[in-house]
Design a protein around this ligand. Structure first.
Ligand code: ADP
Length: 594
């Protein structure tokens, strides 16, 4: 199986063809492409596909810079993926449009081949919210998708993986700081295999000093330039993206080689550029070590990270307190051998290893593409919306009247997703042997049996031991006292911890290949804490709408209901104990049902 990788940059197209053993069959780069003059991206793609005529291809992987936070893993490209890439074009105008061009070109030339999008944002999509959130007005942030996405994820993940290989330790046991220092530059705190923090933010402009980009700047400066400097948006864009960074600082070039040469000859601004670059990177290493509570290794990659020994030395100066001991000789002659992926430049007894990794985004994209194509799931199976049920009760007419007064009727507050069901305005207090829980919602309509549903945490608070039960099966369940404005009712039984279940219309059941009363597993794959829920009961009825119900403890365990999105798949444990995947799709956030 040969995998083609296409990596479209703002002015370049890189490509590589790998066989199933990751050997390179063909590799190339077309640079200085421009929509207006000389060769265009389309010309480069035409040349590439001409060159490929002699080869068999079985899958195509595309690097996509911006996928927002919806994509947390490499994804087979379909119409939804294409529209998502389009959606993020304004946020990545130099990259996403060219990736789309390559995808659409590849699809039209090879309509039968699978295309996979490998996103630069995906590795960071599970960053903790404390790292991805800007401290600006919450509503404004929500409305305009202002959060930190992070970029260079493919490179950070690859470099972290190579470092773990050298250290002979699993990635999920390591705390690494990876520094991708190329024309674009970013740092990443890779904590136990995940991006815990990264320096690029909502756009690739934040963070480190780059070739022509400023990295961190006080936002007040921009306000000032607009207000009193008369700058337009376009001028600001040019200033920050094209005329800043190493180029703006040095006044010489965006290429570190030129700057290092000038600095050696005493050029003051070149020296300043180098100092600012190194100082900023060092600050980030220290900050990330603090964020992770320590580090095991620092990893350099990208053109500068791989080639500039003096920049590495500067960045690592004063980091002895973290346990970093650079071997100056090894650093200076750290040329990575042709067939090697990395070189180690720290002292053998350094507590923190320092590793230089040859970046290889194409290899990473090929690897991910092969993995995705090998495990592709049917894409027409829908996702399952999840509703998080807070504690609530279903009451009989008799109990309701005892609590709220003779002749009282439940008053609807808001309808629930399941047809005919609603949350009532009425609330009751639960009184247990240890504590009470006030203000518990009543759900309508009234039923023939009283049933109070709480989470495990509630039980401990109340001091009762309620069994996990299917709804309606309250016989032998726990006693509980209900208190309403008109009276108190002591239920001898009725308190349960509801078993997680999925409501399905018969059509949904057919689509998932399950029947009423089946037990299935549901995977929350993409949350901050992925989780597989086992023993999920399927309930099929004509009147049901597809929806899984879990309680607040279960939602918290998977960090659902707090995060804005995730991924969900339905699994079925097959006869030999493996998990058979039935469906995959986006988890839809729902407000609590009650
Ligand atoms: P891109 O982000 O465009 O892929 P690269 O990763 O190729 O860029 O990095 C380009 C940067 O690497 C440039 O600043 C270049 O000066 C720097 N670089 C490459 N080789 C050396 C070297 N031998 N010494 C110092 N800097 C180098």
């Amino acid at each position: 199986m040969n995998t083609l990788v296409i990596n479209c940059g703002s002015s370049s197209v890189k490509y590589a063809l790998f066989d199933a053993h990751e050997s390179v069959l063909l590799q190339g780069k077309r640079e200085r492409l421009s929509a207006n003059e000389g060769k265009s991206h389309q010309d480069a793609l035409n040349e590439l596909f001409k060159e490929l005529e002699a080869f068999d291809i079985s899958a195509i992987g595309h690097r996509v810079v911006h996928g927002g936070d919806a994509f947390r893993a490499p994804t087979p490209i379909d119409v939804d993926v294409i529209s998502a890439i389009e959606r993020w074009c304004p946020a990545a105008p130099m990259h996403n449009p060219y990736a789309l061009m390559a995808i659409q070109d590849a699809q039209s030339r090879f309509p039968d081949l699978p295309n996979v999008a490998v996103f630069d944002t995906a590795f960071h999509a599970r960053m903790p919210r404390r790292a991805s959130t800007y401290a600006i007005d919450h509503d404004v942030a929500q409305k305009h998708d202002i959060r930190r996405f992070g970029f260079h994820g493919i490179s950070h993940e690859y470099a972290a993986g190579v470092a773990a290989g050298f250290l002979q330790r699993p990635l999920d046991s390591l705390r690494l700081v990876t520094l991708h220092l190329g024309n674009g530059a970013s740092a990443c705190a890779v904590e136990y295999g995940r991006s815990a923090e990264t320096s690029m933010g909502n756009t690739p402009l934040e963070g480190l000093v780059m070739g022509t980009r400023s990295g961190d700047v006080d936002a007040g400066v921009l306000l000032g330039l607009c207000q009193s400097g008369g700058y337009s948006i376009e001028e600001l864009n040019t200033l920050l993206n094209r005329n800043s960074g190493l180029k703006g600082l040095s006044g010489i070039s965006n290429d570190l080689r030129d700057i290092e040469e000038a600095a050696a000859q005493g050029h003051d601004r070149a020296q300043l550029a180098i100092n600012v670059f190194a100082h900023r990177a060092r600050k980030y290493v220290g900050a990330y070590a603090a964020a992770m509570g320590g580090i095991d290794a620092i990893v350099f990659t990208g053109g500068i990270g791989e080639n500039s020994a003096s920049m590495r030395e500067r960045i690592l100066q004063r980091l002895e307190f973290l346990g970093v001991q650079l071997d100056l000789d090894r650093n200076r002659r750290s040329q990575i051998a042709k067939d090697e992926e990395y070189a180690v430049i720290s002292e053998p007894h350094s507590r923190v290893d320092v590793i230089v990794v040859k970046t290889n985004e194409e290899r990473m994209i090929a690897r991910e593409t092969q993995r995705v194509v090998g495990t592709e799931t049917p894409s027409d199976v829908p996702s399952i919306p999840i509703a998080v049920s807070a504690r609530h009760c279903h009451l009989t007419q008799e109990t309701f009247e005892k609590l709220f007064g003779a002749g009282a009727e439940p008053t609807m507050d808001k309808p629930l997703v399941q047809p005919g069901q609603f949350a009532c305005k009425e609330r009751v207090n639960l009184i247990g042997p240890r504590n009470r829980i006030d203000g518990v919602r009543v759900l309508g309509p009234l039923r023939s049996v009283d049933q109070v549903e709480v989470a495990r945490t509630d039980e401990f608070r109340l001091g009762v031991d309620a069994p996990v039960r299917d709804s309606g099966k309250v016989s032998g369940s726990a006693p509980i006292t209900l208190e309403g404005p008109a009276g108190t009712v002591k239920l001898k039984e009725g308190l349960i911890c509801a078993r997680r279940h999925i409501h399905m219309h018969p059509d949904d059941a057919t689509q998932f290949g399950v029947n009423d009363k089946d037990e299935v597993s549901v995977s929350i794959l993409d949350g901050e804490r992925s989780l597989i829920f086992g023993d999920v009961l399927v309930r099929v009825k004509d009147s049901y709408v597809l929806e899984m119900h879990i309680d607040t403890d279960e939602a918290n365990a998977a960090e659902l209901g707090r995060g804005a999105s995730g991924g969900l798949s339905v699994n079925d444990i097959d006869s030999d104990g493996g998990v058979k995947q039935l469906g995959k799709g986006a988890y839809q956030k729902k407000e609590k049902t009650v």
